[in-house]
Design a protein around this ligand. Sequence first.
Ligand SMILES: Cc1cc2nc3c(=O)[nH]c(=O)nc-3n(C[C@H](O)[C@H](O)[C@H](O)COP(=O)(O)O)c2cc1C
Length: 389
Amino acid sequence: MHGVVNVEDLRKRAKKRLPKIAYDFIEGGTDDEVGLATNEQAFRNARIVPRDLVDVTQRDQSTTLFGRTYSSPIGIAPTGLAGLFRRGADLMLAEAAREANVPMIMSGTSTGSIEDLGRIAPDHGWYQLYSAKDQAISEDMLKRAADAGLKTLVFTVDIPEGSNRERNVRNGWARPLKLTWKTKFEALRHPAWMMEWLKHGTPMFDNWEKYAGPNATADTVADFVAQQTRAPMTWKHVERYRALWKGNLVLKGIMHPDDAIRAHALGVDGVMVSNHGGRQLDIAPSPLEVLPAIRDAVGDKMTVMFDGGIRRGMDAIVALCLGAKFCFVGRPTLYGVAAGGVPGAAMALDIFRREVDITLAQIGAPKIADLGPQFLMWKDEEDLRRNRR
Ligand SMILES: Cc1cc2nc3c(=O)[nH]c(=O)nc-3n(C[C@H](O)[C@H](O)[C@H](O)COP(=O)(O)O)c2cc1C
């Protein structure tokens, strides 16, 4: 894609290609979207202090996670309904991740199937579970993920209930997803997307189709998913999934150190510190703010990962300095795939890889293991020092 040099450029490209109703679904947070802004702002308060006179001619950003070495410390977070932004987007993301040798987490409301993920990216694909009211469904999904050869299951725990996403309300987001005249009129300015919509209609939640009864359509499956995922979710579920899933088990959406400690006690292998990209609780802290306490609480006993607000390679470096073992991005790779399919998603990953590489050189840390809190200072500390002067 000519003229794209950073993630912000990809965002603009995605915005251009998508109608407002779809773009806002990606971009939006909840309520006043304070949480969304705080996630990115948290990085603007960080300072990385460079060290000089270090030989950085040989740099290596490869990172080992659950016994597998990836080429970069930034993977693809799960994002539901990706097929609405480009048909086949879930598997395009998987393909881009495989080629870049980074993990890709298929959403529990993906528009591609577990089985296809296993075919396309068995070594890079992870599956994210949304617990179903009918536990037999969740347990069958675990079995399907294992049968497909996937080794890591991510259980998302931060959606106890739907949230107040006002952009969607204003855009007339509904189930079944029907485009109002106003939406259709606006969508005409995005003809490539409109052609796809006219050809394919509502994308199917592939993984749920088989449970929704005979002759299920994309709309009836969407109703079924909404009804099934409005289920109580407690630590009992974690215990159950731990007993059933033999691979790596990760809880996504952990924001409190005590929850991380409890997860560890139940035999969970990893946590993703995340506030769902500011899409659930608007007044929640940014994951960057809670990361150090969670890392302190569990130390090296479990794998602490991070997502939320990363838009530059140097943002990921800050999270790694604070003790995250690995980072994920949600919106940036969606921008890429929406704007340009597999090459667009690959471009997002490549931009991050390049920016991480440059940052490692600039700060005198040729490999990821060199990173740590010794590189960091904070904007507030500057203010403090100024005040003392
Ligand atoms: C459009 C969209 C859909 C998402 N769907 C899911 C999902 O199905 N499951 C999940 O665990 N997280 C979901 N998330 C949250 C992401 O996995 C991730 O936590 C978040 O996007 C990270 O923040 P970032 O977008 O600033 O990188 C979604 C995020 C977006 C933007």
